[in-house]
Design a protein around this ligand. Structure first.
Ligand SMILES: Nc1nc2c(c(=O)[nH]1)N[C@H]1C(S)=C(S)[C@@H](COP(=O)(O)OP(=O)(O)OC[C@H]3O[C@@H](n4cnc5c(N)ncnc54)[C@H](O)[C@@H]3O)O[C@H]1N2
Ligand code: MOO
Length: 436
């Protein structure tokens, strides 16, 4: 069967991105939004903080009343009221008096500062309201006071559409008045690994069988990215069985990924099951990951994109990082190109790269000799980016990207690298002492 002409990674990715489109926004409660993408700009419905309040446990006063206070000549003020935090509104402070106040309680009307309990003659802690307080130090206007809206004013922009909602973003949304948010639902990715040679992980191997590491890996990659995986199945080399599994996968998913069975052999089950005007098999100028398939599967909810990755484990890993993640990003309402953002590195040693293919080499990152210079990238294995090296893939901090026209990487050469997720091996970052 003649191969389609080689295409660049960028051309291939552009065609993949044409197959996927973001679903309509859903409105979900905050507790269900972690990791999802915000689909509308958020502006503050409430000021944060919502009212002017004390940042200390102590006594609300007028700063002018305690201006002359010192340990030797304390200023004594009658304590007129108690202002705990809670639904009670703000009390009113008469000149020449103090009101006991707790952290987070509304500042009484007429008060303009808070004296922390430590700067008075009163003990800390749970004690009865004293009739009077002696203030031992002066405070300036505004001391220990947090003003309404000083964090965020009503109507101010808080975060734009496209923000990925982490813990801090959810807290900000709650603080400015939101109990639910318009978001893109978690994309559903179905994963199917193929090949008669595959055994379940941990299963005893017969002659010629190998552990199916890709199914576990692709499910984990999808899950760590933030997708749901409704279907994860291993299928042998029978095209009819594979077609039936893929039909089920398409019903349950927004995107289907297969691995294996797509190159030039006599038993290429994915190719046999899918090659049609709907699904094409092509060669992409990348290493690893040259053979690739793309197209759509028919499902009752519409056409579902399918991406066929090569079976070699490093090829599948790189294919997921470089091609599948951008497609998931579109489904999640995010920028697909952010998925392949790179950081500058330098090669720690020389290595070879195939002519005419952009190489994605698993590398460890070592600290530079001088602080501030790029990290040094060293291949995780002496065999470099060979596509079967699954046993050392976990050592990689990043994928070094070698341009297609480079066949020899020299030690010290500047290049880009795609960082891998945070729980890849801990980066040897030298932490600077905290400035004092
Ligand atoms: N004559 C040619 N042969 C090959 C070519 C080519 O252009 N001409 N391309 C090579 C390249 S590059 C790649 S990459 C592989 C891709 O092969 P397939 O996608 O068809 O994958 P398989 O043949 O099924 O398997 C390849 C390799 O990976 C192992 N494998 C497969 N699935 C898994 C899995 N789930 N877990 C772990 N390992 C898996 C499988 O045992 C093979 O060793 O084709 C080259 N051949
Ligand atoms: O492209 Mo294959 O993934 O080189 O081994």
């Amino acid at each position: 069967m003649p191969e389609s002409p080689t295409r660049t990674v960028d051309e291939h990715l552009a065609e993949i991105l044409e197959l996927v489109s973001p679903p309509p926004a859903a409105t979900l409660p905050l507790a269900a939004c972690l990791g999802l993408t915000l689909r509308a700009d958020l502006t503050a419905r409430l000021p944060a903080p919502p009212f002017t309040n004390s940042s200390m446990d102590g006594f609300a006063v007028r700063a002018a009343d305690v201006a002359g206070a010192s340990a030797g000549r304390p200023v004594e003020l009658p304590v007129a009221d108690d202002q705990p935090a809670g639904p009670r509104g703000a009390s009113v402070l008469a000149p020449g008096t103090a009101i006991r106040i707790m952290t987070g309680a509304p500042l009484p009307e007429g008060a303009d500062a808070v004296v922390p309990v430590e700067l008075t003659d009163q003990p800390r802690g749970s004690v009865p309201l004293p009739p009077a307080v002696r203030v031992l130090e002066p405070v300036v206007v505004g001391a220990s006071v947090r003003h309404r809206g000083e964090g965020v004013a009503v109507g101010a922009p808080v975060m734009p559409a496209g923000t990925r909602l982490g813990a801090a973003a959810l807290a900000a949304a709650a603080a400015v008045g939101y109990g639910e948010l318009p978001v893109a639902r978690r994309p559903r990715l179905a994963v199917v690994s193929t090949g008669d040679e595959l055994a379940a992980p941990g299963e005893a191997l017969g002659g010629g069988t190998i552990p199916d590491s890709n199914l576990t890996m692709l499910v984990a990659l999808a899950t760590e990215w933030g997708a749901d995986v409704p279907v994860a199945e291993r299928v042998g080399d029978d095209p009819g069985t594979l077609r039936a599994v893929l039909a089920r996968a398409a019903e349950a998913a927004d995107l289907v990924v297969t691995c294996g069975g797509i190159s030039a052999g006599a038993y290429e089950v994915v190719r046999q099951a899918l090659e049609s005007p709907r699904v094409r098999f092509v060669q992409v100028a990348m290493q690893p990951g040259k053979p690739q398939g793309l197209g759509t599967l028919a499902a009752s909810h519409g056409d579902v994109p399918v991406l066929a990755l090569p079976g070699n484990p490093v090829s599948s890993f790189v294919g997921f990082r470089v091609l599948v993640r951008p497609a998931l990003a579109v489904l999640a309402g995010r920028d697909p190109h952010a998925e392949t953002a790179t950081v500058p590195v330098r090669a720690a040693e020389a290595w070879r790269s195939p002519a005419g293919r952009r190489q994605y080499a698993p590398v460890r990152l070592e600290p530079p000799e001088r602080p501030g210079e790029p990290f040094l990238a060293r291949p995780t294995h002496r065999l470099g980016s060979a596509s079967h090296l699954v046993g050392s893939l976990h050592l990689a901090h990043a994928l070094a990207v070698v341009p297609a026209e480079v066949t020899q990487v020299e030690a010290g050469q500047a290049m880009a690298a795609i960082p891998l997720p945070p729980w890849s091996p801990e980066l040897p970052v030298q932490v600077a002492p905290h400035p004092r």
